[in-house]
Design a binder for this molecule. Structure first.
Ligand SMILES: Cc1cc2nc3c(=O)[nH]c(=O)nc-3n(C[C@H](O)[C@H](O)[C@H](O)COP(=O)(O)O)c2cc1C
Length: 334
């Protein structure tokens, strides 16, 4: 019998398919259906720093950022819809999911600065979450802000969150980091047990008629897998953390590739939102098992990292050579 089990953040999971942070975790029935279909753990949608601060109107924020700029920043936030759920409701949802499910429930915080809002890490733990994912979503727009300063701030934030909790911590990273392996190592040294690659950066568009910025969320395709696939292949064996691959898992082959790169789990969101919950989970897991049997793999653990760059002596030269090969592979149309 093929063994699909894996480990992630210290949990023994029956298989490597985890539900990524998405609105699906807002609905307990949907979460239950995901569990029944075979999902092995679920990451909740994020509670944002801004939501917490908005509610508690923290004095130190007013003092450090200035009342005007803070009020201005707050006015950009959506005032309804998906992210309207406040901190108390979030904690209730953690407790509700824990009660309804027997798979690990991973809470999610999304923030950029140190401060009182990080106490919610502990509250999410106390509400019953088995682990916490910290999403470091930030777009630098200030030419005075250096990469070093930004990375230092993020490393300090990870350390602050870690010191507040005793459950495992995963950090969801941006792909837009100059020297990702070094930054990843610093995040792990600051206390992260897992790294989730990558945050999807939604690119806004312009409406030319209305002269407005258009925010529409494009779901991923399997082509989006390549970015995290490359980076997990590079980091596997060099950084002492559990890797989760998120972006572009739609089929069993995407999940298998994630494992071969060195991920402990593959996280899935778009496919479930796009094409219904249970049938896709059952199908992806079934096809994964079938492929493994056909190719004589006895366990997921056996394949994890088998295609990573762990054994490549000169990874940077290898990457340049691959780049040249890709360019050379193009054949002009006759
Ligand atoms: C509608 C929607 C809502 C999402 N909400 C969150 C969120 O609250 N926190 C977060 O870290 N990621 C969030 N994500 C990102 C997903 O967790 C995931 O990383 C991303 O969609 C890439 O995975 P996929 O290719 O399987 O969709 C969201 C994605 C979608 C499509």
């Amino acid at each position: 019998m093929t063994d699909l089990s894996t480990t992630y953040l210290g949990f023994n999971l029956k298989n490597p398919l985890v539900a990524s942070a998405s609105p699906l975790s807002k609905n307990i029935d949907k979460a239950r259906k995901l569990e029944e279909a075979g999902i092995s753990a679920i990451v909740m949608y994020s509670l944002f720093e801004e939501q917490i601060i908005h509610e508690s109107l923290e004095l130190d924020h007013y003092l450090t950022r200035g009342t005007d700029s803070f009020a201005e920043a707050m006015s950009y936030l959506p005032d309804g819809g998906t992210y309207s759920m406040g901190p108390e409701k979030y904690l209730n949802q953690v407790a509700g999911l824990k009660k309804a499910l027997s798979i690990p429930v991973i809470g999610s915080l999304n923030g950029v600065s140190k401060g009182g809002w990080t106490r919610y890490a502990k509250q999410i733990q106390e509400a019953g979450a088995d682990a916490l994912e910290l999403n470091l979503y930030f777009i630098p727009t200030d030419p005075d802000l250096t990469a070093q300063e930004l990375e230092n701030a993020q490393v300090e934030l990870v350390a602050e969150v870690k010191s507040a909790i005793s459950i495992p911590l995963a950090v969801k990273l941006s792909p837009f980091v100059t020297a990702l392996p070094n930054f990843a190592r610093r995040i792990v040294e600051a206390g992260a047990n897992g790294l989730v690659l990558f945050n999807r950066f939604y690119q806004p568009d312009f409406d030319l008629e209305e002269l407005e910025i258009v925010h529409n969320l494009d779901l991923s395709t399997s082509a989006d897998l390549r970015l995290p696939l490359r980076w997990i292949s590079i980091l596997h064996g060099k950084i002492n953390a559990d890797f989760a691959l998120t972006s572009g898992i739609h089929r069993s082959k995407d999940l298998l590739k994630a494992m071969m790169a060195g991920a402990k789990v593959g996280m899935i969101a778009s496919e479930l939102l796009w094409d219904g919950l249970s049938p896709r989970v059952v199908e992806i897991l079934g096809h994964t098992q079938k492929w493994m049997e056909e190719h004589e793999y006895t366990s997921i653990k056996q394949m994890q990292g088998s295609m990573s760059q762990k054994s490549v002596k000169e990874p940077a030269a290898f990457e340049r050579a691959n780049y040249m090969k890709v360019l050379n592979s193009f054949r002009d149309r006759p």
